[in-house]
Ligand binder design. Sequence first.
Ligand code: IPD
Ligand code: CA
Ligand code: CA
Length: 255
Amino acid sequence: MDWTIINEKVQAWMQEARQLILKRRTQALKIDEKTSRLDLVTNVDCEIESFYTKKIMAAFPNSEIFGEEHGKQHETKQADLLWIIDPIDGTMNFIKQAANYASMIAIYENGHEKLGYILDVAQNKLYWGGPECGVFCNETKLNPPENLALEQGLIGIGGRMLLANYLHVQDACQASLGIRISGSAGMEFINVLSGKTIAYLSHLKPWDYAAGKIMAETLGLVVKTIDGNPLAVLSSSDVLVATKNAQQGILKWLR
Ligand code: IPD
Ligand code: CA
Ligand code: CA
């Protein structure tokens, strides 16, 4: 497997996807509810997932794809590569703010995490990388974030988890320097990767955290369930990504 070529192709596809997303955002959006009025999907989410799927299957036919909008595609026991796709993460922000949303891809080879990509579409910043090459923002290599404690930094959190005071998360938040709620798991992962926040907690689906997990672990951050257990592959979970010290600090408050 030539990972330089795979990486070049994925980056080019994501740039193409970005142009398409920005163009579509200037046109009328077709918006549908999925499970509720808070869980929306647009024609652009579906178009971008189809766009990636076509590109992937044309370039790497021995691939299996697991995307948010179309589920599992091209499932086969022989597939070398598994691609997990969230075409637009933060669809509500995409619709309401035209900012603070991301496009995400994670690639696994024979069950091993290889590369993650989170594109901040509005700012044109692509966070990408994995255990073999390190993590980059566009061409700039990121240093591992400082291992700050809970009391030394800001926390990103899913709004609903905070409102419900799930496992007493509000106590952990009170112990931090403050909370930030962005409405996009991808953007929250970017904040932790780049040291702007020390942790992010939310109930997430596999496509919400797959790309971020690969990059976060590469940078020495902890990505586990909120109560400190390993994440089960490809399942929904209460996820906590944090510096090692902040994770320990948060665990002490949850009950
Ligand atoms: C959502 C966002 C949101 C998170 C939700 C996700 P979507 O993704 O990442 O921040 O709280 O759990 O579903 O649906 O906009 O791709
Ligand atoms: Ca998402
Ligand atoms: Ca999505």
